[in-house]
Design a binder for this molecule. Structure first.
Ligand code: 5RP
Length: 231
């Protein structure tokens, strides 16, 4: 008797699958909004096969801009583009309504800007990112450096522990010249209210909850293939 075992797809293979699946949301002749991260890198690599059919991209980070340009895809300044049809990006967490936590790659501010100028947000993730409620992943918050301590105290008052993100032993500096706090211990049951509240705090540049700019579609890589969720 023989037995056959199917090797489960690795997380990297799931990212490749959803990166390629996102091409179906790219309309020829348009400019595409492009996010940041390892999953989006798979999308950018796949997008290279369509580069002759699109005008180019608006990018959410210096890292994605470099990758797009290296593949021969033109990158436009967001200010020169009135509206984008679609923005394609990954997430650190996504719930059943399309609310997300983002910013693991420190690009959350530009990601939120490009998402806000796009009609559709297509989120590409592997199934490890699906959560019942946001907050398991440390919440990234981009802050003006002089406000970091005060904002950390405000998170402590709601039960969160904020730590300054470091790179090579120094505070990480974002593409916008600011710092990132990662906040653990939050359980975000009302993402819209939470995003509104934290947005009011002086010195907060961007909170990594994407509830106002939530996903409209999620392409999720699972052992059974790519599942599509619409919100
Ligand atoms: C970057 C992000 C990314 O979308 C998020 O961190 C997911 O990244 P990855 O695809 O590498 O898991 O928000 O700021």
């Amino acid at each position: 008797m023989t037995t056959s075992a199917t090797t489960p797809l690795t997380q990297d293979e799931l990212k490749t699958l959803v990166g390629q699946a996102a091409l179906q949301y790219v309309t020829p002749g348009t400019i595409v909004g492009v996010g940041t991260g390892s999953t989006v890198n798979k999308f950018i690599d796949a997008l290279a096969s369509m580069k002759a059919q699109i005008k180019g991209a608006v990018s959410s980070s210096e890292a994605s801009t470099q990758r797009l340009k290296a593949l021969g895809i033109e990158v436009f300044d967001a200010n020169t583009v009135a509206e984008l049809g679609v923005y394609i990006d990954g997430a650190d967490e996504i719930d059943g309504q399309g609310h997300m936590v983002k910013g693991g790659g420190a690009a959350l501010t530009r990601e939120k800007i490009v998402a806000a100028q796009s009609k559709q947000f297509v989120c590409i993730v592997d199934d490890s990112k699906l959560v019942d409620a946001l907050g398991k992943f440390p919440l990234p918050v981009e802050v003006i450096p002089m406000a970091a301590q005060r904002i950390s105290a405000q998170f402590a008052a709601m039960g969160g522990q904020a730590t300054l993100r470091l790179k090579d032993g120094q505070p990480l500096v974002t593409d916008n010249g600011q710092h990132i706090l990662d906040v653990r211990g939050l359980h975000i049951t009302d993402p819209l209210a939470f995003e509104s509240q934290v947005n009011q705090w002086p010195g907060v540049v961007t909170v990594g909850v994407f509830a106002f700019q939530k996903a409209t579609v999620c392409l999720m890589g699972t052992p059974g293939g790519v599942k599509t969720f619409k919100y």
